[in-house]
Design a protein. Structure first.
Lengths: 92, 262
């Protein structure tokens, strides 16, 4: 069973509106590559030119912020859940 | 202790539906009467939050906002009506809240909260509800709350989505542990640029009121240190546990030179 990836609303236009998609990979870098294969353009929304995750987008593997893991090198395995959570800061 | 001050008959009738709850009762109602809550932003989030807090009998309600009421606000900012167009939002809000509940002391702060004035505002309150319209203000309010040890209920909304975090300084992750720094212009969209569905503001602002009441009542909250994610497009609320970042510039436990000061 591959990894479940939760796609936030602003990125769902890349996934045809899907809020939950599946991807494969040993670590987050591979997972993002697989996501981008399935949904072209998603990598650019998640990563900057250097390949690091963009600031203001938090990524959690099973509730753990990948900043506290190994960033793009964070290991993932079948059955894990990855959440992509951009800052939502409106209020007015 | 002033928990002994009796309630008038009208107070008992007004608050009867919440005083009947065993975890509130007369003692809890007295705590609410003594509580001072600061609501930052009298807009989409601040409207439902302030209305419910005033209705519940929070004794002192401070409101911070520098804007005036505009026609485009009225689709979601339910504190304000058509007659209030062009009035300062804090003035319109004060009138509405005092009409709703004359027991509440409403304190208008007609200014834009920033790093200079945040601490002096926050200091006079027990709990802070953050509903401003930008990440920079949320971070400034967070830092003041962390520095002064004031619990904070911070939220953001956009389109069909909302996020909420309750911060208990010293016990939980703070907002800056989650979102480290102010975003460059245009990186984190505003409601003005990207839109907002009115009742999404209502849901999330009401959640803020629930959490603020629990804090005032001294009740436990499962939202402390958990980022709640409301998705109105699929009718779902999820939570992600966020842990304190030892390198956080606001609340980090490492010596300051090892933290992420910019």
């Amino acid at each position: 069973m591959p990894v479940l990836v939760r796609i936030p609303t602003p990125l769902r236009r890349h996934t045809g509106g899907a809020g939950e998609v599946y991807a494969k990979g040993k670590d987050l870098g591979e997972l993002v590559d697989d996501l981008d294969r399935q949904y072209p353009g998603l990598r650019d929304r998640l990563c900057d030119e250097t390949g690091d995750f963009r600031k203001f987008i938090n990524i959690y593997v099973n509730q753990e912020d990948v900043r506290f893991l190994d960033g793009r090198g964070s290991q993932v395995k079948d059955g894990d859940e990855v959440s992509i959570v951009p800052a939502i800061a409106g209020g007015g | 202790m002033s928990l002994r001050i009796p309630f008038s008959e009208t107070e008992i009738r007004r608050y009867s539906r919440q005083m009947i709850l065993p975890e509130i009762g007369g003692g809890g109602q007295a705590r609410l009467r003594q509580a001072r809550v600061l609501v930052v932003g009298a807009g989409g989030l601040g409207s439902p939050a302030a209305l419910y807090l005033a209705a519940a009998g929070v004794g002192t309600l401070g409101l911070v906002d520098s804007d005036r009421v505009e026609l485009s606000n009225l689709q979601r900012q339910i504190l304000h009506g058509t007659k209030a167009l062009d009035l300062p939002k804090v003035t319109s809000a004060q009138e509405r809240l005092e009409e709703l509940n004359p027991d509440v002391r409403v304190v208008p702060h007609r200014l834009r909260l920033d790093g200079e004035n945040a601490a002096s505002l926050v200091r006079d309150y027990d709990v802070v509800v953050e509903g401003s319209d930008n990440l920079g203000t949320k971070l400034v309010v967070n830092d003041a709350c962390v520095a002064l040890g004031r619990p904070l209920v911070v939220a953001g909304i956009l389109r069909w989505d909302g996020q909420l975090l309750v911060v208990r300084p010293g016990e939980s992750a703070c907002y800056r542990c989650v979102y480290r720094r102010e975003a460059p212009e245009g990186t984190v969209p505003t409601c003005e640029a990207a839109g907002i569905v009115g009742p999404v503001a209502g849901v999330v602002g009401s959640l803020q009121a629930v959490e603020a009441l629990r804090l005032c009542l001294g009740l436990p909250s499962a939202a402390i240190g958990r980022l709640l994610l409301y998705d109105g497009a699929v009718a779902e609320i999820r939570a992600i546990t966020v842990r304190p970042d030892p390198t956080c510039p606001a609340c980090g436990t490492l010596p300051s030179k090892e933290r992420g000061h910019e």
